[in-house]
Design a protein around this ligand. Structure first.
Ligand code: HAM
Length: 423
């Protein structure tokens, strides 16, 4: 083979590409039902955007970005996630808030590929900007939950946590008492200082720079040491505790089942208060189907006003891995078969009629032989062959053959479209 795809990338070929389309259609349908509108932002952004938003100490920024200099010597990065670009676009285009936005598209992270982990992967994401109430957190979490149910994924657990507030905002968050994250960081730093010699080298640096990031460590020995670490949810300021209780009450009111995972802090720096993840046990080590959280300070960090926000991104490849393989994702192609050259033009007319009625239809122009036309129909994954011969044309009918069962019946032309639409 002369040319192969780059490591960690994937070709979506039929029928998998159709499953991908099905997942995206379901996502769009649900997002729009919840009042979200599509936003499309560039795949490339200025590198500083991710350093500022995703975080200087995050794994993504320190190890995983595809960064290069363009021909004008500007540092450009292939987006590793969608949130910073959306936040930038909301501010740059001066979008009226509150605004609810969704996106579907490829993201890029240079990591070690394995089952469910790619270097190019697709995310289905929503961002809800300008809504502060815990009811909005529950709304966003419920949307992701409903999406996985629509895909027939039944073993998905919704995990939630609160990592507290950072302070420094407007309104209630400006109050120095509302800086529980700062106090929690100090506590965690104190705990880690006592263990410093036993932590891995990377965690020793994390403990200094951003102690929350030690929870991202994959080393079993560090995880063991962290078992006794203070938990953010036990150190929330009154406003954050009330918010977290409000999220739980709103989820219960909606009937969305959830579990509290007080070790989950999420690996991106912009989060505050609510963090959540959808976890599946059926897809291997990369078990996070999606995740998100509040990011009440990001727009402010970009130089804008105080805009509370919450969102999530779902991993499309992982969702497809967990979804039922036999989900009904459409694809009822029909194939027109002309028994001889005499029926070719009648076949073309039928093809046009089917397409005009919105029924995907195809014909084999390369082969006159019926056997070969049937083989082409089979290869294309057609559900029915519509056979036109001298007799059918004389009687104003078509013979419809079900390719799965082999059953064949003659149908009046006038009844055909109606029959295909209900089958
Ligand atoms: P994230 O947790 O980095 O969050 O990614 C969200 C989801 O993307 C993961 O749960 C996983 O399903 C999928 N994913 C991540 N990396 C890979 C990979 N290498 N291969 C395949 N799938 C992957 C974010 O990206 C945030 N922007 C989410 C968010 C939106 N927070 C607020 N708004």
């Amino acid at each position: 083979m002369k040319h192969t795809r780059p490591k960690g990338t994937k070709d979506f070929v039929p029928p998998e590409s159709r499953r991908k389309q099905w997942a995206e259609t379901e996502f769009r349908r649900l997002a729009e039902l919840y009042g979200f509108q599509e936003i499309v932002t560039p795949i490339i952004e200025h590198t500083e955007l991710f350093i500022k938003a995703t975080g200087e100490t995050s794994e993504i920024v320190t190890k995983e970005m595809y960064t290069f200099k363009d021909r004008s010597d500007r540092s450009i990065t292939l987006r590793p996630e969608g949130t910073p670009g959306v936040a930038r676009a909301v501010l740059e285009n001066n979008l009226r808030r509150p605004c609810r936005l969704y996106y579907i598209g490829p993201m890029f992270r240079y990591n070690r590929p394995q089952k469910g982990r790619f270097r190019e992967f697709y995310q289905l994401g929503v961002e809800c900007l300008g809504e502060a109430d815990p009811g909005s957190d529950a709304e966003v979490i419920a949307l992701g939950y409903e999406f996985f149910r629509a895909l027939g994924i039944s073993d998905c657990e919704t995990q939630i946590n609160s990592i507290g507030c950072r302070g420094g905002g407007e309104g209630e968050l400006a109050h120095p008492a509302h800086q529980c994250r700062i106090a929690y960081h100090e506590q965690l730093r104190g705990y880690l200082a006592g263990l410093s010699a036993q932590l891995c080298v990377a965690c020793q640096v994390r403990a200094e720079q951003n102690p929350l990031r030690v929870f991202d460590c994959k080393e079993a020995s560090c995880q063991e040491l962290l078992a006794g670490a203070p938990r953010s949810k036990d150190n929330l300021c009154p406003a954050c505790a009330e918010h977290f209780a409000g999220v739980q009450a709103a989820l219960r009111a909606r009937g969305v089942p959830f579990a509290i995972n007080d070790r989950m802090v999420r690996g991106l720096d912009y989060y505050s208060r609510t963090a959540f993840e959808y976890v599946s046990r059926s897809i291997g080590a990369q078990d996070s189907l999606g995740g998100g959280g509040r990011y009440d300070y990001l727009i402010e960090d970009f130089g804008g006003p105080h805009v509370p926000a919450i969102g999530f991104a779902l991993g499309e490849e992982r969702a497809l891995l967990a979804a039922q393989p036999n989900c009904d994702f459409g694809g009822r192609l029909v194939f027109v078969v002309a028994l001889s050259a005499n029926e070719q033009s009648a076949g073309l007319a039928l093809l046009a009629e089917l397409r005009a009625a919105g029924i995907p239809a195809q014909m084999d122009f390369d082969h006159a032989q019926v056997k070969q036309q049937f083989r082409a129909a089979d290869n294309a994954g057609a559900q029915y062959c519509l056979i036109l011969g001298e007799n059918e044309i004389a009687r104003g009918t078509v013979s419809m053959k079900d390719l799965a069962t082999g059953e064949q019946q003659e149908i009046k032309r006038g009844d055909l479209i109606g029959r295909l639409k209900v089958s």
